[in-house]
Design a protein around this ligand. Sequence first.
Ligand SMILES: [Fe+2]
Ligand SMILES: [Fe+2]
Length: 336
Amino acid sequence: MKKDNDGILLGPGVSRRDFMKMSAFTGLAASLGGLVSLDFLSASPAQAQGMGTVKPFTFAVMADHHTMGPKNNYMKMRVERCVQEVNNLSLKPDFIMSLGDVVHDGSDEQMKFFDELIAPLKAPVKYITGEHDWYLDMGESYGKHYGKTTYSWDHNGVHFIALNTVMLRDFWTARGLTAQERMDIAGTLNHPLPGPFHVGEKQLVWLRDDLKKVKKTTPIIIFSHSPLYYYYKPWNFWTEDAPEVHLLLEGYEHVQVIHGHVHHIVKNQIGSIKFASSLSTGWPHPYPTSGLPAGSPKMPRANPANIFGGLGWDTMGVDDQGEVSVKYEEWSRVKA
Ligand SMILES: [Fe+2]
Ligand SMILES: [Fe+2]
């Protein structure tokens, strides 16, 4: 694989301009959040004939809790509600994916607080990092509590990939910023200093090697904190080298990316890669004034009088062809 002038990894015979054209946003094949039933788990004709490659299953997703320890009781109550509801699912999830920003200020104490809150969860939990978990100590506490943030595994015929998509250029060393200043700046969506998130060359090389083991027909589900496409740069709903990831995924027939960070419902599709956000339990971000992918379902405006308004978590169903159905367990739609 060669690099262009920007140091971007490109495939054979593909210029950066060609690639950007290929990656232009396309329309959505999204269904409305909150209205999807669990019918996807019934056997399709293909499965009935023994053609299915995936054993259908469900998993739960939770994201952007921003717990702050005992100083913010609302954040605590929202995580408790999420834990209770995931445990009460009639169809037990095979695992729970945590998409990052489990805490707000990146400290070991806040992570301990969060760990105690989610300890009652019955299904195993997997993690990736958000920027709020990382920039106080550059992942030291995150690693101690949650382990790796770049890894893959196979489950029921699906290849899962977890990435750290919140890498920032070093804006702190030359300025002599403290760890707390670095955290505060990295955690401010529209701060002008950090620039956009990256996956980074090291993870791109890891991903290229990981995908070598995966057949083009194997369904792939990727977890990222930031959207793995260009959504809205002024708030860093953006991963600068996402196109390089897309290029590595070229030719794979079923790819679904599930991301956090935006704190609202948004779906997109670029080529054959589908994207869906997770709801947050922390707070709902408004929609940006531009950049919302055409046809993406919008959630109702959050009710400020309802401490659960615009918040929630998600259930994901994977059918026998590896297609993912997202059910947004949005608390505004149900009695709080
Ligand atoms: Fe967040
Ligand atoms: Fe975030």
